[in-house]
Design a binder for this molecule. Structure first.
Ligand code: BGP
Length: 477
């Protein structure tokens, strides 16, 4: 029996606007996400935000219809981030569940607009800090090590409205002030920090808090985020040299659809552009050799301050964190698609591919030689609550297979992976569809797609299994 290393981090991962709620409480300012309605399945998720120049954004629809459900008709006036699953009032109970589950870590994000309501204040909001103080103190008391995401796909709305978000360098300054405030305040309790969530996807939301930017705006936003992240890492090391910094990347694997060299090349370049590009800059500290041709093809001309390139070198990340849910295949003709005849899919058409996770861990370590953490992985399914129980053997199978793949990468391939935080221990609102019915948790939350329900927490079958796995460091796998 091979178990995970003694100091391996086991836990769960969440994002503030998907679980916290309390959007108008404790002095919290508005986030861009507060304007995004639920909605999917051909009905665009509208964002009601209107910018000063009169443009409006649409958050787009990222996901397809699940195979076995009737499309939900959403009420346009329902905004899932406002209540979410109300961690704001359930945090003690939720942390108790994390502890019972055997977690020794919890990866969560701080809500930027709880600390700086418009993103532009000089002084942090004391009530905002007080909320996270109690959460972090309670986690520490339960011997659960916090891993903090400084920015999970969000912006204080005022930064989007007034500056156009990350397209403007004033957002770099706002982020630096926010991030360093957190680091100064929490560095005694928090060792691992993530400067951004899925920066390779976030680029698309970054200018206004919405999707679908032109390449020039997108890469300018991304450049500004690279500089923001590197400068914060550089300065944070002067505050506390023991802190460890990473950024989180969406790293779901991408294979060529077949051995046709055109498809193999397409898969290679798609992977590089969609994923590696971001980690290449942040882990190596400079733009990669292929960036010149990429920017030329896309007509991108970055505007940079004279010190930017030096800053990228000075603030490289210590470790890589990544999400892994599925794999995709690439053809020269159609780009990245979900279809893979060798794999089963979820109702949302996400192919299930545990070996792809071992592949990904090896691939990342080969490329960067930095420690790795699987910071999101899980199965979004439609669960059935019957007589107070959820029999989710499918989720147990999914997590067991993915944990075995990680164990193999560590023990057979010598890849230094130091943790696994499954998405998301307690059901929360889906990012891509705004639904509640796309559930990932080992704990069920009584709430529907319109936000109705008692919010009661109910353990699913997978809870006991995961607790056994975490407590025994995977001896049951
Ligand atoms: C990642 C995000 C999370 C999250 C997860 C699952 O992209 O970092 O915020 O929600 O994917 O995706 P979804 O909720 O769309 O199923």
């Amino acid at each position: 029996m091979t178990t995970f290393p003694k100091d391996f981090l086991f836990g769960g991962a969440t994002a503030d606007f998907q679980c916290e709620g309390g959007f108008d409480q404790g002095g919290r300012g508005l986030l861009t996400h507060d304007f995004v309605t639920a909605g999917a399945y051909g009905k665009p998720r509208q964002i009601t935000l209107t910018l000063k120049d009169g443009t409006r954004g649409s958050a787009g629809v990222r996901d397809a219809l699940p195979t076995d459900s009737v499309p939900t008709l959403f009420d346009d006036t329902y905004y899932p981030s406002h209540q979410a699953t109300d961690f704001y009032h359930h945090w003690r109970e939720d942390i108790d569940l994390l502890a019972e589950m055997g977690s020794n870590t919890y990866r969560f994000s701080i809500c930027w607009s709880r600390i700086f309501p418009t993103g532009m204040e000089q002084e942090p909001d004391p009530e905002g800090l007080a909320f996270y103080d109690q959460v972090i103190d309670y986690l520490t008391a339960k011997q659960i090590q916090p891993i903090i995401t400084i920015c999970h796909d969000e912006l204080p709305n005022a930064l989007a409205e007034d500056f156009g978000g990350w397209a403007d360098r004033r957002t770099i300054k706002a982020y630096q002030h926010y991030a360093l405030t957190l680091i100064r305040h929490y560095h005694d309790h928090v060792k691992y920090w993530l400067t951004f969530n899925e920066i390779n996807i976030l680029g698309g939301y970054a200018a206004l808090g919405t999707h679908a930017q032109d390449p020039q705006t997108r890469y300018q936003c991304v450049h500004n985020m690279f500089v923001a992240s590197a400068s914060v890492i550089h300065q944070a090391r002067l505050i506390d040299h023991d802190l460890k910094f990473g950024t989180m990347y969406m790293m779901s694997e991408m294979y060529p659809a077949d051995s046709d060299p055109k498809n193999v090349w397409a898969a290679y370049t798609t992977r590089r552009e969609a994923c590696y590009f971001f980690a290449d800059v942040m882990a190596r500290g400079s733009y990669p050799h292929y960036a010149r041709e990429l920017f030329k093809q896309l007509g991108v001309h970055l505007s940079m301050a004279s010190e930017d390139l030096e800053m990228l070198k000075a603030g490289t990340i210590d470790f890589l964190a990544f999400s892994y849910y599925r794999s995709g295949t690439v053809t020269a003709e159609n780009g990245l698609v979900n279809e893979n005849p060798h794999l089963q899919t979820t109702p949302w058409h996400w192919p299930i591919d545990p070996l792809g996770l071992r592949y990904c861990l090896n691939e990342l370590f080969d490329r960067y030689q930095k420690p790795l953490i699987v910071i999101e992985n899980g199965l979004g399914m439609i669960d059935k609550l019957e007589n107070g129980q959820v029999h989710d053997q499918y989720r147990i199978d999914y997590m067991a297979d993915h944990l075995r793949a990680i164990r193999d990468a560590i023990t057979l391939d010598d890849v230094p992976c130091f943790g696994y935080t499954m998405w998301a221990p307690i059901d929360l609102v889906s990012l891509s569809t705004g639904e509640m019915k796309k559930r990932y948790g080992v704990v069920y939350v009584d709430m529907d797609d319109q936000g109705h329900g008692s919010l009661k927490r109910i353990k699913k079958d997978s809870f006991a299994w995961l607790a056994e796995t975490y407590h025994s460091r995977g001896a049951n796998l």
